[in-house]
Design a protein around this ligand. Structure first.
Ligand SMILES: *Cc1c(COP(=O)(O)O)cnc(C)c1O
Length: 410
């Protein structure tokens, strides 16, 4: 048998779309938890408290608010499990992630014949995917037009599309769903914990799913927050779904949610990890201590400074998310985006290209809400561009401008 060296993973500056740098308090909670099984009293108390904190994070009274073990896609899978073969769906695709969501929806809404005809990307006639160009937000008018035409049972949209850095119109989506009697499903992976919004203000959206590594910053435990309205749960109760582990009703039992109510004694669903529970609990405590409104304000402020600095270096910013800047390089460097990103990543400055066409550069600020962090990110980005020949950049002037912006705000 081969024996490998002990795996050592270096500390990098995670300045991409996600994951963000995990707070030391979250890591400390992870590492200092005692070993305790999934039915131990404090683990179960932690789960109940997590459930209550998630209701605050989401701004909801939905009893079915809890978390699915795994990454963002696990929570999305649980949410999309309510879609059964033959259901009519309108789904909006405006980038990498909503594109994968649309792929999932096509699979779930397929009949066995649809699936056999194209197993990885089935094209059931009952699913209408509306392709919105990269870099464009999904507008309320687009949703209204598509729902008026197709009158689907379900409508799906990503709240914030991380592939292109675009914010989609949640209000317009909700209103169109209400008007046309569609049940709305939202991918809130990139917005929860960053934007200040309450899901109960969007009652036509019946299902929400987020993730552990972007706004919520609980990476070590990987729990994907979800929330479902009674209408959603009633439908699943009536029709069932094709999953045990990601079943929206069965998974909730371990969080002490049974028959639509919070109960004292949870029921076993799967072996939840005490380390995961301890660290996720701490991640939520951190977020709520910071305050949803304050955090949203701080993200907007820091992103505007980063975005202006990147523009000052001759890049064209095409995003409007407040945790991420997506940009085109100046004409002189056009076509060399991947080279720039690879050079940065090789030095532990982990930015990203876009994962679907067109190729752009993505620089993010998850958990980097300080003058020092923004200055470091801009400084490293400037160095990388200068190294590739962008001699027009006046790095000192760009950094001075950042300093002035923070001084003004102080
Ligand atoms: C990151 C992301 C996902 C996937 O999350 P994972 O944690 O990688 O599973 C899905 N949707 C959106 C909008 C995202 O930003």
């Amino acid at each position: 048998m081969t024996t490998f060296e002990k795996l050592v993973i270096p500390e990098t500056l995670a300045a991409g779309p996600g994951p963000g740098n995990t707070d030391p308090r979250v890591l400390e909670a992870f590492a200092s938890s005692g070993v305790a099984d999934h039915m131990q009293a404090d683990v179960l108390r932690g789960m109940k408290e997590i459930k209550l904190m998630l209701r605050e994070m989401f701004g909801t009274e939905n009893v079915y608010t809890y978390a699915i073990a795994g990454t963002g896609w696990c929570g999305l899978d649980a949410m999309q499990n309510a879609i059964l073969p033959g259901d009519t769906v309108v789904a909006f695709n405006n980038g990498t992630f909503s594109g994968i969501d649309c792929q999932t929806i096509r699979m779930k809404a397929s009949t066995p014949e649809d699936l056999a005809a194209n197993p990885l990307m089935p094209e059931p006639a009952n699913v209408h995917v509306i392709d919105v160009p990269h870099g464009t937000s999904v507008s309320g008018e687009m949703v209204e037009a598509a729902l008026a035409e197709h009158k689907p049972m379900w409508a799906f949209m990503s709240h914030w599309e991380t592939g292109s850095g675009r914010i989609n119109d949640l209000r317009g989506f909700n209103d169109a769903c209400a008007k046309h009697g569609s049940m709305g499903l939202i991918d809130a992976v990139s917005s929860l914990g960053i934007e200040d919004f309450s899901i109960d203000d969007f009652p036509a959206v019946v299902g929400w799913a987020s993730c552990p590594q972007k706004g919520v910053l609980g990476l070590p435990l990987t729990y994907a927050p979800v929330s479902f309205t009674d209408a959603y749960i009633d439908l699943v109760k009536k029709r069932g779904c094709y999953s045990y582990v990601h079943h929206p009703i069965l998974a909730a039992r371990h969080w002490a949610i049974v028959d639509g109510q919070d109960v004292e004694a949870p029921g076993y669903h799967q072996t939840h990890s005490c380390y995961a529970i301890a660290s996720f609990h701490e991640a939520l405590r951190l977020s709520l201590e910071y305050g949803r409104a304050q955090k949203a304000k701080d993200y907007a402020f820091h992103e505007s400074i980063l975005s202006d600095a990147i523009s000052a270096m001759g890049c064209k910013v095409t995003s409007n998310m407040t945790s991420l800047v997506v940009c085109n390089l100046p004409d002189a460097l056009a076509g060399r985006e991947k080279e720039l990103v690879q050079g940065c990543r090789a030095e532990g400055f982990c930015i990203w290209p876009t994962l679907s066409e067109p190729v752009q550069v993505r620089v993010g600020i998850l958990n980097q809400l300080s003058e020092a962090a923004i200055t470091e990110i801009v400084s490293k980005f400037a160095d990388a561009m200068i190294k590739m020949g962008a001699n027009h950049i006046d790095k000192a002037a760009v950094l001075a401008q950042i300093k002035a912006r923070f001084a003004d705000a102080a």
